[in-house]
Design a protein around this ligand. Sequence first.
Ligand SMILES: [Fe+2]
Length: 476
Amino acid sequence: MTPLKSKLNLFRQSIMQKGMHWLHRKPQHQGSNPYLEGVFAPVTEVEQFDLNVYGEIPPQLNGMLLRIGPNPIHVGNPSLYHWFVGDGMLHVLRIENGRAISFKSCFIETDVVQHTKQLPLKNGFRRGSNGVVNTNVVFHANKIWALIEAGTFPARLDLDLNTETHQFFNTDADLPFTAHPHKDNQTGYLHAICYDALDLRHAYYEVLDQDGYLIHFVKIPVKHGPMIHDCAITATDILIFDLPVTFSVAQLLKGSSLPYCWNDQHQARIGVLPKFGQANEIQWIDITPCFVFHAANAYRNEKNQIVVDLVVHQHMFKQSQQGPFEQQKAQLERWVIDLKALSIQRNVIDAQAQEFPRIDERYTGEMHRYIYTVSFDEKKMTAANQLRCHDVLEQRLTTYSFGEEWMTGEVIFIPESKLSLEGVGYLMSYVHHLDALPSKVVILKVHGTEMQLHAEIELGVRVPLGFHGNWVDFPQ
Ligand SMILES: [Fe+2]
């Protein structure tokens, strides 16, 4: 990336935003949007200290619980707003020595946010179609990075969550990234399958080392500009989910803020690429049309087949152009990929609608036993909300309900200690009240499939239901 190219990108973003504003002004499109109301309603920035705690915060938890999600600073036409493109807001709870020290909500300081606040723009380079960064937040190369897919650069933040710069990690690469890189625990490298909304003919395989430098990059030929939200890694492979949600000019012309929709013409297929391999080494296997936002994990089994556990949506963006909840199945499945036979065997682990699968990430790329997901109702997204703990070895399931009036977001597993067994530790999540009472962070003690309430931390303010987060450990 060069300063000149960044300026040209900024100019293109401004033209596109003006075009979107023009489309959004059409009076016949005005209306409501469920993704701007109730648990989704945006909030203002806040910081508070010494929070009320019920129960006991485990003294070994010293660090930050980060979570990011959409929190639009301004919405032109609510009916055309898509949940995936709201300005990113970061939420952080700091815990030290058994105390909840502070909670802070602040915007990712993108150009739109800085313009709205009449503040100077942040350093770095600009890329992508709109500049929003709202999907995941990770700690890598000693920095906090807020991430999004489809082309916009990550935002680098300091430990007080001030946006320092917008750039492609510690490189000058001009590449799109993803919200879901996967860290190889053996090397500390991040492996990622990425795409660019402005390049419909390629996906990208990228590897960053532990210092945030790009050490491998491959362009993968695709058709129609597929949305590829996540990937999965084994010890030796990376999986590519090339599925039939693709870029849509028709949606763009309708003024949709997220111009992607279900495409019956797009062949659904899974690609298996050796880590650090080239595009011509990918083995593609066609599958029945479906959509995957998130994989829990993948590994090679004793038969050298690839096992991947993932949440499979029957379809996506077929009915709704405001968000991902549609009346459809979203079940937890196990796919066994046989590269010799070029076949995929699909088995249902749990047919309940659910999302946000996470594991004990010390097992990324290796055989895992436990998966933690969040359930929802297929007809009403705010109902049937439970944490589901799957033991895929013993085929057992336990659930934890946060109460009828509460809704949990993604749940994050933190091991009790570096040496503890898989699935022995804590589960933490931001939990949201359906009637707009202040949110809380809940800490459960987990041992296998047994879950017990350990502590609740009152945040004193609402946090909108959002996307992803991570625990950042600061050992004392
Ligand atoms: Fe995601």
